[in-house]
Design a protein around this ligand. Structure first.
Ligand code: ASP
Ligand code: MG
Length: 434
């Protein structure tokens, strides 16, 4: 398949599909602001559904009752379906049936969850339903507005079997997604392809299994598909005006970057700016595909364009990560922390799947700040206890100021007791109590 001229990818996150009104707004955006040509739409689960499914899965895994939570989730989706149907000319009883079948599938899958299973593998099988259910509602609502133009294809991203963080099989994904798009455009003569974000597929002993790409992974799905299909651009529709220099829910007086380079954005995402999933930028930068961040509340507004560009000094960006854990390792015999010691520590961190957010070494100790996970931290402690003296503090915050100025540091550190601080040419970071 040759490159399809004008192909665009839109990603709609949880807030943009959180209820019937939001889904109808999505439809209007596609109608009034969408391309004339082919469009791939990647959707997240509705609102906070993924959190709800995590809780339900955890209950199921521990053999506890989840019926109340499951019923609430089903009612939430049913409510949206009822309101969509009320607004529509075409949607009929089959539309309801489709949703209740999809919930029955989830119930059935939950019934099979067992504490002897691999937790992460089971997680992917269950938590991925959020996207499947929202894709169903979005596809139905769009098909109502654009009859015969819309097709749904399940989980187009092929991955390996790394549960909860599937690694993309690019060649396979390219083939799958091209095939789906081709069939939409030629056999189907349609124009809009809807698929789940966050969800992937793999094969284990010839059986298809579901994987996920990690929390908030739908942005990454959009980028993967844009890369594989050589799209013209990706647009992420969010509840903010574009890429801001800080999260307006946390910091006052934010500014929007009208234009910003891939590199700057990748770094911000790495430090924890929650606006874009960190893996999203690389595939786009590799193929020079611009990424637009726009507000679904104000779709006519300019938003931000992230692409290959030069810009003058940017306003400092402020990033906060909560729920941090600061771990310190000291040698038991007061010997210096050597490269050999570090190799052991790094191997254990990798084994416990703890990602380092900041690290610092001194003569006889080495400290790392990681996202706190009780299970993972305890595994790490078990792995290293024999060789090192370990200390850790939890409930901390990690602040990063990118492109800092003296004034921005003074403003942010004021009144805080810093447990660790670090400054490089472009970035100032510190860890403090929450
Ligand atoms: N629904 C998933 C999550 O909440 C993926 C996403 O929204 O990007 O993590
Ligand atoms: Mg989300």
């Amino acid at each position: 398949m040759e490159k399809i001229p004008g192909l665009e990818v839109y990603k709609f996150g949880g807030a943009s599909v959180k209820d019937a009104a939001a889904i109808l707004n999505l439809c209007r955006i596609v109608r009034d602001f969408g391309p004339q040509g082919p469009l791939v739409i990647v959707v997240s689960a509705m609102g906070k559904t993924t959190n709800a499914l995590e809780e339900i899965y955890d209950l199921a895994f521990n053999g506890r009752d989840y019926s109340v939570q499951l019923a609430a989730l089903a009612a939430y989706h049913q409510q949206a379906a009822t309101e969509l149907k009320a607004q529509s000319q075409q949607l009929d009883e089959d539309f309801y049936l489709g949703l209740s079948n999809a919930f029955q599938d989830l119930e059935h899958a939950l019934g099979k969850v067992s504490p002897s299973d691999n937790y992460d593998e089971g997680y992917d099988q269950i938590v991925s339903y959020g996207e499947t259910h929202s894709a169903y509602l979005v596809t139905s609502a769009l098909a109502d507005l654009f009859p015969k133009q819309v097709l749904y294809k399940r989980a187009l991203v092929a991955t390996d079997a790394t549960w909860r963080e599937g690694r993309v099989d690019w060649a396979e994904t390219e083939q799958e997604s091209k095939h789906a798009l081709e069939s939409l455009l030629t056999n189907w003569q349609g124009r809009i392809l809807v698929t789940e974000g966050f969800v992937g597929t793999t094969y284990v002993d010839d059986y298809e299994r579901t994987t996920t790409l990690g929390r908030e992974g739908s942005d990454y799905t959009a980028a993967i598909l844009a890369y594989c299909l050589r799209a013209e651009s990706v647009t992420i529709w969010k509840d903010v005006a574009g890429l801001l220099n800080a999260d307006p829910k946390i910091f006052p007086d934010t500014v929007r970057y009208p234009e910003i380079s891939y590199r700057e954005t990748i770094e911000m995402a790495y430090y924890g700016a929650s606006v874009i999933h960190p893996k999203t930028l690389k595939p786009l930068a590799d193929r020079n595909i611009p990424l637009r961040v726009k507000s679904f509340l104000d779709p006519a507004a300019a938003g931000t364009i992230i692409h290959d560009c030069q810009h003058p000094a940017l306003a400092p960006a402020f990033i906060r990560k909560t729920d941090q854990c600061l771990l310190s390792f000291a040698s038991k015999d007061f010997s210096f922390i050597s490269e050999e010691n570090m190799a052991v520590i790094f191997a254990a961190l990798a084994q416990a799947k703890l990602k380092i957010n900041v690290m610092q070494n001194s003569a006889i100790s080495f400290s790392v700040c990681v996202d706190f996970s009780e299970r993972r931290v305890h595994l790490l402690l078990d792995l290293l206890r024999e060789q090192f003296l370990l200390h850790y503090n939890t409930g901390l915050m990690l602040f990063t100021i990118k492109n800092y100025t003296a004034a921005s540091i003074a403003q942010l550190t004021q009144g805080k007791q810093l447990l660790l601080e670090q400054r490089t040419r472009g970035t100032f970071q510190f860890v403090c109590a929450a």
